[in-house]
Design a binder for this molecule. Sequence first.
Ligand SMILES: [Zn+2]
Length: 456
Amino acid sequence: MSIAKILLPTAALGLAGVLMLPSQSDAFSVLGTSLTTSQRHFRVFNNFTDPSANDNVTPDTNFPGYTGATMAIWKGAIEWGSRLHGNGNGDPSQVGGLGSGGANFDFYFVGNATGVGSIGDNICSELSGSSGGTLAFTEYFLPPGFNGWRMRFYSGWTWADGPTTGIPVNQDDLQGVSCHEFGHALGLDHSASGGATMFATSTGTGTSARSIEADDIAGVQAVYGVASAGKPIISSIATALNQVTITGSNFSATNNQVWFTQATAGSLTSVVVSGLSSNGTVIVSTVPANAGPGDILVKTSGSGNASLSNAWPFIPGTAPVCPSPYNYCFVNPNSADPNGAFMGWTGTQFISQNNFVLFTSGMPPGSAGIYFFGSGLTALPFGNGWLCVTGSIQRLPIVFTTFFGTASYNLDVTAPPAAGLILPGTAFNFQFWFRDALAGGSNFNLSDGLHVDFCP
Ligand SMILES: [Zn+2]
């Protein structure tokens, strides 16, 4: 006895039947629904119980940060994309070919979920039990209340996460079956074309459904339109500390958004940075702290299906490990402060950000002084205080202490004497020398020392 493995049509909650609008000449059918531009995201609740559903632990640069069932389902979604996802790799059975939809439509992955969610939460998960020959199903509401979906895979089957197509005959392919179900989520019903991903029944392990066929492509293009000439395109990205530079085309002059995957599993749909301007081909965005590895997507200032870009794999730039500056050496009292003068700082020691600010407090007001620095540390009595810096001493311009007895200086690592000297990986020691005529003696004093490591 053979059981037909059914890839169940979407269930129309609260209604008796599935709305079907067969087209005249094509084999595909549409459900009469489509996802709005705010419903292109999906998440995975990785509650899959079969070891074979999560035994692919090899990372893939096109699907950063996730492996196992989550990555397999991510691949199933991305095949419907308007163009290649990254370089299109990730599926050994369609090398350089993931992302075949060519429509004004792209799913994008926004991270793992912590539960199965509700219909409309766009979460894929396993459902305990079985239902005859049904492998999986996608739930949604019919219009006018249509607003997202939910995808369930019956635990009665043995699920496999690939990545190769060499799956045992008694297992079913998460990537292929999810690719079929994502077709329902985007608004397609079953196709009459036997080779189509949207054909109602699965053959073998279901890996052949991983690659959408001409009939499936015609279907997604019928629902969302062929990818418009003006649709924004991401063609490459470059990441730096807390920043991403997106290169592509058709970005708006103002009010672009960049959508990120959430860093941790949770209830957020996506992480959005708004109000970004562009020359049309480049967008520079900060990377919020709650953005993690996954996809990024650009939304232009326009509206409608053609206002969203393709999804592009993304990994946040990692912050270099850079030790904090520290104080050292000694201080003596001065005429204004019996505790003496101490160094401080604001900004960062990252050369790329060039925003390090020297700060000193505890001095007489209105006094002339100079910050200076050198590569060596020392502690020698000097004037009314201590000299804490040695080596080849570099002097910065004269500054005057404020009414409050403080001083500060914005260190510009691109200007002399720092330029060419203060480079990534170097360390220098800073100190403030100031006049103190009221104290007598040598008529000058100094702060303590500040040791600073500079990083890229
Ligand atoms: Zn189906």
